[in-house]
Every structure is written in C-alpha cells, then in structure tokens.
Design a protein. Structure first.
Length: 296
C-alpha cells in the first residue's frame, strides 16, 4: 500500500505536524458550506472534503455556474487536500466532458463517479458506463472517487478500473434492509437470500454476501461491508483507498476505522458532536466547580 502524506500544512511559519503512523486514517468533511468546514480545516481536524449537488444547493448554488464557483472556492480553500466533486451527467461522453471541466477547477479536484445504477436512470444505458468513465479518467491522470458502492464487487471493479477511492455508503445500505426485508425471514434477507440453491426459478437474492447482509445487526451491514472490502484489498495489495460515506452518528466513525476504512467523510452536524461525551460534560462541570476555590 502506498505511503499517504498525513503531514499537516504549516501555518504562519510553524513546522508541519508529522503523524507517527505512515498510513493514518483521515477525516473528511461532507459539506459544501465554507463556514461549516473552514474552521475545522484551519484547526487541522479534517484533511479533505466531499460534496454533492444537494450540499451545493444548501450552500446557495442555484445554477451550474453558481455550483462551479462554489466548487472552485472549495478547491482553493482545501488545496492541497482532496475535494470530491460530483458529476451530474450520466452518459459516458457527457460524463467525461463534465469531468474534465470539474478537474480544471483545482489540482486537488477529485471526480465522483457512480459505480452503477445507470440503467435505473435510462433503461437503454450501458451498465458499465461508470467503470468506463473511471478508466478513461485514470488514463488522463485524473483521480476518481467511486460513489454508490454497496458491495465488494463494485469496489473491486472500480479499483481495477483505476479509482483512487471507493465510497461504501453505510447508512443507505442499512436503510435498504429496513425498508425491503421480509419480516418473517431473518434480517438482511433483502440483500441476501437463497431459497432454491439451484436457482431454478431465478429468484435468489444476491446483492451482498451473507456476511454483509446477515452477519449481525442490520444497522451494522455497512461496517461489515468495509471489513469485507478491506480484506479483499489487503489480500491482493490493492492500493485504492476506502472512503466511508453516509455516516449518521459519531459511533459509526469509530466503527469505520476499526473495520479498516482509510478515510471517513462526515456531515457537518455529526462533526459537531465528535468532541463531546456525557462523561466529558460531567468532568468539565466538576473541574469548573472545583476551580472556583482558587478564584480571587
């Protein structure tokens, strides 16, 4: 696996902070609002950024021109740290054209390309559209963050195509199970279920392995997916990094790093909770109360 530069950028003549681990896990912000992420960047708490059209709208963009202005400003603010920018085109040539446009917004721009789902957008679409775009961008030296990853096959295909990052979506994987599971069956059956081993009726459900789908609590399916991807990547020395997304609470951050994620991207509302714990609150209240004895 490559050595990742985890040095903090020096500020105001101060020396850079060197992390002792050659491949330390990193934390990205998931936002397009500068006011939310700039203080965290300046404090050295986040090392990159992921954005999407929804976040750009929340940041005030009302047109593609507005969106590009916001994305360019974010790339400038975070340089040299990576900023993932999402495509809005879904055909191969349109995606490639738009990717080149976004890549020109900053040398640290990373292009977000969906792993699959193209036939859901257009029944006539090539299901391999995303993988082909990843390969064509890799050939041009443009880094890609492959999004909408929900199983290890998608992650492996993207890595082989040339993706720099793959982004398994934790929260959405659990959401799917909660919504689509048949409740008379064990949890996870909407992701994996074998009723007829010979597949004679063509009704097997094989979206994920049984380890991911039913290897424990449904809410943990995304974390188990990270373990599975990390294991495969380690087995074959694949250098594509795992960038965990769709984080819903602070505990998932820890779970992702325990599972082997290289990076976790976290929404602003969750980032705001990371420094807190009820015992920290109790301890601080005690310290403040006791410190009053030394006033005056």
């Amino acid at each position: 696996m490559p050595v990742v530069n985890v040095d903090r950028e020096p500020a105001e003549g101060r020396p850079a902070v060197h992390h002792p681990a050659p491949r330390a896990p990193r934390l990205f912000g998931d936002s397009a609002t500068i006011a939310d992420v700039e203080p965290l960047l300046r404090a050295g708490l986040i090392d990159g950024l992921t954005t999407n059209p929804t976040l750009l709208k929340k940041a005030g963009a009302r047109s593609w021109t507005d969106a590009k202005k916001v994305m360019k400003d974010l790339c400038s603010l975070f340089n040299p740290h990576p900023v993932s920018l999402e495509l809005t085109a879904y055909d191969e040539e349109g995606m490639l054209k738009q990717a080149l446009e976004l890549a020109a917004l900053g040398e640290n721009a990373i292009i977000k390309v969906a792993a699959g789902g193209y036939r859901a957008a257009d029944s006539r679409a090539d299901p391999w559209t995303g993988m082909k775009v990843i390969r064509r961008l890799w050939e041009r030296g443009i880094k890609v963050n492959t999004t909408l990853v929900f199983n290890t096959n998608q992650a492996l295909l993207a890595a082989n195509a040339g993706a720099t990052y793959v982004s398994p979506f934790l929260g959405r994987l659990a959401d799917y199970g909660y919504k689509n599971d048949r409740h008379e069956r064990p949890a996870g059956n909407s992701l994996y279920w074998v009723e007829n081993p010979k597949q004679a009726r063509g009704d097997q459900i094989m979206h994920n392995t049984p380890y991911v789908a039913s290897g424990g609590a449904l809410k943990d399916a995304g974390v188990r997916l990270i373990v599975e991807i990390a294991t495969v990547f380690a087995n074959y020395r694949i250098t594509t990094e795992i960038l965990a997304a769709s984080i819903r609470n602070p505990v998932q951050l820890t779970e992702c790093f325990v599972a082997g994620a290289d990076i976790v991207t976290v929404p602003a509302n969750v980032l705001g909770q990371l420094a807190d714990h009820p015992l920290s609150d109790e301890g601080m209240q005690t310290f403040v109360a006791d410190a009053k004895a030394f006033e005056g």
